[in-house]
Design a protein around this ligand. Structure first.
Ligand code: ADP
Length: 265
């Protein structure tokens, strides 16, 4: 127990402190850079539809009276760009809340009514696509810990993508398994598929593959879905084959009656 020991310990402690300070600083700098990039991307994404809206207004002013056909087309463009802006803003709001550290309040949630509700909403998005829901009978009695509104949003994001990237007459299936100690929700499509190179990026904010540009999403859906899954202590897995289709899966732990009982004590 000489003074050397003490000095050694002191140096070691200081070293540790310095290490954690450095890594905290590095994280801060990284998140600051990420925030800056996000704000830049956001203003770019919002400016593009605004430019289109302005251009169309100018067009209507100039020739709207003489050319009713042009006026109608310009108005339709304005309406769809405004729609796009409002989707962007609401998606960005979710991500801003996530960045601000929002944590979801999970509560015991019955699987079956949640899936029924999703089924009703998804039917409206399906258009010409054959949409099927398969839910195991065990789901009738199954409870999971979830924030039902956000979990519904997650599954609808996956379904919306499946519809968007599948040609008319293709099939989209929502399959829910409740047999084991996990509920597995799978969204399967017979659409265009995702290449391995694209797969690395699809969960990034604003990422859209070149071929999906015409489809007109925000590129934020899967970043939101990933955050919601993480809030449910889960992850989204993807398997995809170009030209054949994709399967997105998320698994959620089941609450059995014992756990529920303990929670209430
Ligand atoms: P968005 O759908 O608004 O473009 P997302 O973050 O939801 O943004 O998806 C990012 C990209 O991942 C899409 O633009 C598309 O390239 C690809 N993608 C997502 N889901 C599918 C799918 N089911 N089939 C094919 N590609 C998909």
């Amino acid at each position: 127990q000489g003074p050397n020991d003490e000095l050694g310990r002191l140096v070691a402690t200081l070293n540790d402190m310095l290490d954690s300070l450095e890594s905290a600083y590095r994280e801060l700098a990284e998140s600051h850079a990420a925030q800056k990039r996000f704000v830049a991307d956001v203003s770019h994404e919002l400016r593009t539809p605004l430019t289109t809206i302005r251009g169309n207004i100018a067009l209507i002013r100039k020739m709207g009276d003489a050319e009713p056909q042009i006026r109608e087309e310009a108005l339709a463009d304005i309406a769809s760009e405004a729609e796009r802006m409002s989707r962007l803003v609401s998606d960005m709001l979710v991500l801003a809340r996530a960045d601000a550290g929002l944590t979801l309040q999970l509560q015991p949630t019955a699987v079956q009514p949640l899936i029924e509700q999703i089924k009703r909403q998804a039917k409206l998005l399906a258009k010409d696509i054959n949409f099927q829901v398969h839910m195991e009978t065990a789901c009738e009695k199954t409870l999971i810990m979830a924030d039902p509104d956000y979990l519904r949003q997650l599954i609808l994001i996956l379904l919306d993508n499946a519809f968007k990237f599948t040609a008319a007459n293709g099939t989209v299936e929502l399959a829910v398994k409740c047999g084991g100690d996990q509920v597995e929700v799978a969204v399967k499509d017979t659409g265009m598929g995702i290449s391995p190179a694209e797969l690395e990026h699809i969960f990034e904010r604003f990422y859209r593959s070149d071929k999906s540009r015409p489809v007109g999403g925000t590129g934020l859906g899967l970043s939101i879905a990933r955050w919601i899954a993480a809030q449910h202590k889960s992850q989204i897995t993807v398997e995809s084959t170009v030209g054949q289709g994709s399967v997105f899966k998320v698994t959620l732990p089941v609450i059995n009656e014992n756990t529920l009982h303990l929670d209430h004590d």
